[in-house]
Design a protein around this ligand. Structure first.
Ligand code: AMP
Length: 181
C-alpha cells in the first residue's frame, strides 16, 4: 500500500452528519495513526517548500478547528508562525469578521487585526474543501489585512462540489480528491 492509499483508508465516511444528505469526511482515524498523519503533513507541505526567492510563505493560517490540527505542524515545517482564524466571538483581541455559506449552513469567521499584514504571504490550511465558502471567506479576511494569499493547502477536496470555481486564480493544493464518480 502506498502512503496515499493509507491516508485514503483512514478517512472515514459518516453519512448524514451533521445533517441529512451530508457525507462527513471524518479524519479522526487518520489522526490516531501517527505514521499516516505524518505522511499527510508531508504531502500537504511538499508543494510549498520550494518557493522562489521573495515569494516565500511568511505565515500559515489555520481555519478553526481542524485547520489548526494540520496548520500548526505545517507552520513548523516551514519555520514560520501560525495564525488561527476562529469562529465568531472566540478571539480575545481586535478582530475583523467575514460571514459566508459552507456545505452545511452559514457561519462567521474572524482574525486578529495584527496577525498578518502588508508584506506577509499567507498559506491557508484546512482539512476539507467542500463548496469553498470557508476558504474564500478566509482569503477575504487575509486580503482585508493587506497581506497576500500565497495559496491553500487542503487535505481533502470534494471535487464534485466544484470548489475551485469559487477560488478563481488562487493556487489550491490538495492531497486527496474525491470526484463525482
Ligand atoms: P465549505 O465552506 O463548504 O468548503 O466547507 C469547508 C469547511 O466545512 C471545512 O472547515 C470543513 O472542515 C467543513 N466541512 C464541509 N463539508 C465537510 C464534509 N463533507 N466533511 C467534513 N468536513 C466538512
Amino acid at each position: 500500500m502506498t502512503g496515499m492509499d493509507v491516508i485514503c483508508d483512514l478517512i472515514r465516511d459518516v453519512e448524514d452528519f451533521p445533517e441529512p444528505g451530508i457525507v462527513f469526511k471524518d479524519i479522526t482515524p487518520l489522526l490516531s495513526g501517527p505514521d499516516a498523519f505524518e505522511t499527510a503533513i508531508d504531502a500537504m507541505v511538499a508543494p510549498w517548500l520550494t518557493a522562489e526567492p521573495g515569494s516565500e510563505i511568511t505565515k500559515v493560517v489555520g481555519i478553526e478547528s481542524r485547520g489548526f490540527i494540520f496548520g500548526v505542524p505545517i507552520a513548523q515545517r516551514l519555520s514560520v508562525g501560525f495564525v488561527p482564524i476562529r469562529k465568531k466571538g472566540k478571539l480575545p483581541f481586535d478582530s475583523i469578521a467575514q460571514s459566508y455559506n459552507r456545505e452545511y449552513g452559514p457561519d462567521t469567521i474572524e482574525i486578529h487585526t495584527d496577525a498578518v499584514g502588508p508584506g506577509d504571504r499567507v498559506l491557508i490550511v484546512d482539512d476539507v474543501l467542500a463548496t469553498a465558502g470557508t476558504a474564500l471567506a478566509a482569503a477575504t479576511l487575509i486580503g482585508a489585512t493587506g497581506a497576500t494569499v500565497a495559496g491553500f493547502s487542503i487535505l481533502i477536496e470534494l471535487e464534485f462540489l466544484a470548489p475551485r470555481s469559487l477560488l478563481g486564480d488562487f493556487t489550491v493544493e490538495s492531497v486527496v480528491v474525491f470526484g463525482g464518480d
